[in-house]
Ligand binder design. Structure first.
Ligand code: C2E
Ligand code: MG
Ligand code: MG
Ligand code: MG
Length: 292
């Protein structure tokens, strides 16, 4: 019958469109993987820095380093596009090393009160070498370990928990802070929190986004802040965009915030400017002391 015929026909067309689409997608991915191989060497990678502030005082405390790829033909490429490719090709190990080195080198030029947070991917954690690499980078750059935070998502901890725990412990022994990123979005956030000695919890942007419009999100954020305070682990809320969200987080006693309300990820030069206008910037305070 006609309906079945046209449905079948449409289905057939869809199938060929689908496979053409897939082919195109795979071609683009393969091309990207080839370009990504030389991106570090060609100086196409850049770290942007997003402010992290104390909730109660709004004071600037530090920055999260976020990776960008400035592709000569494709323009700016976001991590959601190229990190998965870097992971599946193993290139993430080289990229991750570059990120660590660059973030520590730049942060070492900042006033000592500011911290830098660096994202580490599951494959980096799966190696034995991460703590040694971190120690070497800290030694080379002179950055104090207590100013470095390593952000880990739950997906980096599930494949071999025993190994991951050893790595996390070694990082902590170096004196760096280890943070659980995207809390609440993983497979078993509470079990992960119990198994790993995190120094900080970051509530995922997804919950913060709908905080003032959705009762479930509000309840989850509230409970996470309470959980953090019971466990004596400071909580940071990511993706804070409005004053209403900030008020809620202030009332609930969330320690730190990050989001467009305080600033988008900035190029390093802009991040330096922001620190210079910050009242806690050491140059200003020593200047003021001298003038007094
Ligand atoms: P993440 O670590 O959870 O980083 C937070 C993401 O939320 C960043 O996206 C940031 O730009 C975005 N964001 C922060 N505040 C707001 C806000 O108020 N509104 C909105 N709409 N977005 C906000 P970005 O830079 O695109 O990074 C996405 C993810 O890519 C990161 O999520 C992280 O998982 C990964 N990533 C970024 N840089 C690196 C890196 O150097 N290494 C690794 N392994 N992963 C990285
Ligand atoms: Mg992060
Ligand atoms: Mg996050
Ligand atoms: Mg996130």
């Amino acid at each position: 019958d006609m309906a079945a015929y046209s449905a079948k026909n449409a289905g057939g067309d869809r199938m060929s469109l689908y496979s053409e689409g897939m082919e195109e997608f795979n071609r683009a991915r393969a091309a990207m993987a080839i370009d990504l191989k030389t991106a570090v060497r060609k100086g196409q990678l850049e770290l942007l820095y997003q402010p992290q502030n104390e909730t109660s005082t709004r004071k600037l405390k530090g920055f999260e380093a976020l990776l960008r790829w400035n592709h000569p033909e494709r323009g700016l490429i976001m991590p959601s596009e190229f990190i998965p490719i870097a992971e599946s090709t193993g290139l993430i190990l080289e990229l991750g090393n570059w990120v660590l080195e660059q973030a520590c080198r730049q942060a070492a030029t900042w006033p000592e009160t500011y911290t830098v947070a660096v994202n580490v991917s599951p494959m980096q954690l799966a190696q034995d070498t991460l703590p040694l690499q971190v120690a070497a980078v800290l030694g080379r750059t002179g950055l104090s370990p207590k100013r470095l935070e390593i952000e880990i998502t739950e997906s980096g901890l599930i494949s071999d928990q025993h190994h991951a725990l050893k790595i996390v412990q070694e990082l902590k022994d170096l004196g760096v802070c280890v943070t659980m990123d995207d809390f609440g979005t993983g497979y078993s956030s509470l079990a992960t929190l119990q198994a790993f000695p995190f120094d900080k919890i970051k509530i995922d942007r997804g919950f913060v986004m709908s905080l003032t419009s959705n009762e479930q999100s509000a309840a989850i954020v509230k409970s996470t802040i309470l959980l953090g305070s019971s466990l004596r682990i400071p909580v940071l809320a990511e993706g804070v965009e409005t004053e209403d969200q900030l008020s809620f987080l202030q009332e609930e006693g969330c320690e730190a915030v990050q989001g467009y309300l305080f600033g988008k990820p900035l190029p390093h030069a802009e991040c330096l400017k922001l620190m210079r206008t910050d009242p806690t910037y050491f140059a200003r305070s020593t200047l003021r002391k001298k003038q007094a």
